[in-house]
Design a protein around this ligand. Structure first.
Ligand SMILES: *Cc1c(COP(=O)(O)O)cnc(C)c1O
Length: 227
């Protein structure tokens, strides 16, 4: 469904203003990147957001990422892959040349991706997804194994440029539990900075302000924009 441009402008302004307040409360120097997640919306709304100044877009399905990045290839957009990657979609993902693949959820996936990248003589910027809320329904490595897996990917996967971590906040209305899951991810991010981590991707429509207060510097927002 096409959303009116003025409505999208209002939604985007509201998110940007909330981000601004949350990041200033952390520090004037704390910069937060907004990736808008288009998975629930139509292509034309992504185009409208582009005309409103937004540049970074995320998709959770390879098929959709491929179709949309192709349809909008004339625009200077930055595409992020944020979904679960099935092994049979690895080649297709590589061919879409995403700006950042945020969802490496196991060493096994990293090794498989690395192998295909090597065969294609390509490299990819990636994040390690951490399941810091310990939820069975979520992908990602456990917080206990995150440091070891991160370092093993650095050592064994030369085609992967590991840039940091990504996590989805705990799925509950209990703010203290969501906060705890963000704090866990941020602690891991801090200890990985010596290994070159610069991105801590956490926060979605319902919890991006809380995520920023816990140190997130990349948020992925969908439904708050497309309403
Ligand atoms: C869908 C999705 C988002 C955006 O979710 P909203 O709650 O709509 O903002 C962020 N991150 C991931 C990994 C997603 O799949």
């Amino acid at each position: 469904m096409k959303i009116d441009k003025e409505q999208l402008r209002k939604n985007l302004d509201e998110v940007i203003w909330n981000v601004e307040k949350a990041r200033i409360a952390v520090s004037e120097h704390h910069i937060v990147k907004l990736v808008t997640v288009g998975k629930y919306t139509d292509l034309e709304n992504i185009e409208t957001l582009y005309t409103l100044g937004q540049r970074a877009f995320g998709e959770n399905q390879v098929q959709q990422l491929e179709a949309r990045s192709k349809a909008l290839e004339a625009l200077p957009l930055e595409w992020h892959f944020i979904g679960t990657l099935q092994k049979n979609k690895i080649n297709k993902l590589i061919d879409t040349r995403p700006f950042l693949m945020q969802s490496i959820d196991s060493l096994d996936l990293a090794l498989a991706l690395n192998e295909r990248l090597r065969a294609k003589e390509r490299s990819m910027n990636c994040l390690l997804q951490i399941n810091s809320a310990c939820e069975a329904s979520k992908s990602g490595v456990s917080s206990e194994e995150a440091i070891d897996v991160y370092q093993e990917i650095l050592e064994r996967c030369e085609q992967i440029n590991l840039k940091g971590v990504m996590s989805i906040g705990a799925h509950t209305d209990e703010q203290s539990i969501v906060k705890e899951s963000f704090e866990t991810t941020h602690r891991l991010y801090e200890s990985l900075q010596k290994d070159g981590a610069t991105l801590c991707s956490m926060g979605m429509s319902g919890d991006y302000e809380l995520a920023i207060s816990c140190g997130s510097n990349l948020i992925r927002v969908g439904s708050a924009l497309f309403k």
